[in-house]
Design a binder for this molecule. Structure first.
Ligand SMILES: *Cc1c(COP(=O)(O)O)cnc(C)c1O
Length: 374
């Protein structure tokens, strides 16, 4: 089976992990945490990085640090991972879902303004599958309506918007280092900011809201979201080669595009794009079947699996999630683009360890399956 993803772990990771273990620094204290935070924040172009134990908790922590009044609304895309909505709900905030736009599959920034009310306090842009969101529009709206921006760039490590790195926008940006992300610590995440006060607050809140002066007196409620020094050792080794990982992702993406172009020209599928203002890093290489063919993603994925190519479905839109229906803020609505993406989209093997022959085999197999079905 050609796996949809496989992490790339080098010798450096083993060396650093060994050091962490041999020196006894196995909890969240130790030199690799700070080195990892600084190195990663430096790569993104942010002043401060605060490592946490996963990307979902990075989002929860970021919204917590914004101190928004309960019941405030946060604008998020419908086509994203559930973590974005969880971060709102667990902070007593209400997620407001925005449909995707057709080309990049990101949140349609021109649909944001229509959803803003008195209660709206923040926007969470999420760069989907490696392609940046049109950030100028988001920044403009946030400025005009005085909204916070919490950026989720878990899928866009190394991606750029107008030559500025994703993760460098807004009050706080959040990232995940789960095993399928462009760099990994197994499980892990980080919040980044340029504001020293916010950075201090994030550090305190992730560590049970301990304050240095009075160790066991707590002035507010925190979390234990600490990353371990062992995980940070892996993260530092990965970050030292980060551009290599990113370039490899881009190479894989561009090769798929070259090989699958003819399917797009025949009108059978839609491929990822790279807008002129973007550096797409093709975190996962997604394709969308033309709905006129009346073939669902599921059918093609099943056939690919029969021929040893692993795939994954696209996100199930958040505005349709059964788990949200019991909430008083939930309302039925049709966000047709995100729904269509779910029905007709899926992604191909995109891991860093993918071989040239595996990309070619995947493309050829997909062509044969679609020739047969269409
Ligand atoms: C992976 C991912 C997350 C969640 O990260 P975890 O580390 O798995 O909790 C959040 N947002 C996006 C966009 C992601 O892709």
């Amino acid at each position: 089976m050609i796996p949809v993803n496989e992490p790339y772990i080098g010798e450096k990771e083993i060396e650093y992990v060994n050091e962490a273990i041999k020196t006894g620094w196995i909890s969240s204290e130790g030199k690799f945490i700070k080195a990892f935070e600084e190195r990663f924040a430096g790569y993104i172009g942010r002043k401060y990085g605060v490592a946490v134990n996963n990307g979902t908790n990075a989002l929860i922590l970021a919204l917590k640090a914004m101190d928004l009044p309960a019941g405030s609304k946060v604008i998020i895309p419908s086509f994203t991972i559930i973590s974005c909505a969880l971060a709102c709900i667990y902070n007593n905030l209400i997620p407001v879902f925005i449909d995707s736009e057709e080309e990049t599959w990101n949140m349609d920034v021109f649909k944001i303004e229509g959803k803003i009310t008195e209660k709206t306090k923040a926007i969470m842009p999420v760069h989907i599958y490696g392609h940046p969101v049109d950030m100028d529009e988001v920044l403009k709206i946030a400025d005009r309506f005085k909204l916070h921006i919490i950026e989720d760039f878990a899928e866009a490590i190394g991606s750029e918007y107008k030559r500025k790195r994703c993760g460098s926008f807004g009050d706080i940006s959040c990232v995940s280092f789960y095993a399928n992300k462009a760099i990994t610590t197994g499980e892990g995440g980080m919040c980044l900011t340029d504001d020293s006060r916010i950075a201090e607050r994030l550090k305190r809140l992730k560590n049970l809201a301990f304050v240095p002066e009075k160790r066991f007196i707590h002035y507010e409620l925190g979390f234990n979201f600490r990353l371990t020094n062992i995980q940070a050792a892996i993260g530092l080794a990965q970050t030292e080669r980060i551009e290599e990982h990113v370039k490899r992702k881009i190479e894989i993406g561009k090769r798929y595009t070259m090989l699958l172009k003819e399917l797009e020209e025949k009108g059978l599928i839609k491929l990822p794009v790279e807008k002129e203002w973007a550096r797409n890093t093709y975190w996962m290489y997604g394709i969308v079947l033309n709905e006129r063919l009346k073939i669902k993603a599921e059918e093609v994925m099943k056939r690919l699996a029969e021929r040893n190519v692993q795939t994954r479905p696209f996100f199930y839109p958040l505005h349709l999630q059964p788990a949200f229906k019991k909430f008083p803020w939930y309302r039925e609505q049709d966000l047709p683009v995100s729904r269509r993406l779910y029905e007709y989209g899926f992604y191909l093997p995109s891991g860093l360890t993918l071989k040239k022959e595996e990309i070619e085999y995947t493309a050829t197999t997909l062509k044969e399956i679609l020739d047969d079905l269409a």
